[in-house]
Design a protein. Structure first.
Length: 108
């Protein structure tokens, strides 16, 4: 609790290259899910020669990897989000500073 009895929010830990790391891990999870689903389909005797069956396999792998990444990669997603917010705030402040500098020049 803070001094004024409000809950203190912890900021996510700074992870270098969080966006690249999150995206790479997300892609890796998808590829693992695809290989697992392909193996299950082969063991089950599913015909993967048709486009429809391959599309279904891709869709299931995408849903599986998305649900796993929602829980498994939350730390990296939060770090990526914090990094993007910090960057947008820095750019916004820089834009405001340059706008106020231009206003001061016009007033002079």
């Amino acid at each position: 609790m803070s001094a004024n009895n409000e809950p203190v929010q912890q900021t996510p830990q700074r992870i270098p290259h969080a966006t690249l790391r999150y995206t790479t891990l997300r892609l890796g999870l998808f590829l693992v899910a695809l290989v697992v689903m392909w193996g299950i389909a082969k063991l089950a005797g599913m015909d993967l020669g048709t486009d429809t069956n391959r599309l279904i396999l891709l869709a299931i792998a995408l849903l599986l990897s998305s649900s796993v990444s929602f829980f498994a990669l939350s730390k990296y997603r939060d770090a990526m989000s914090a990094g993007l917010v910090a960057r947008s705030q820095r750019l916004s402040k820089k834009l405001e500073d340059s706008a106020s500098f231009e206003d001061e020049e016009q007033d002079a």
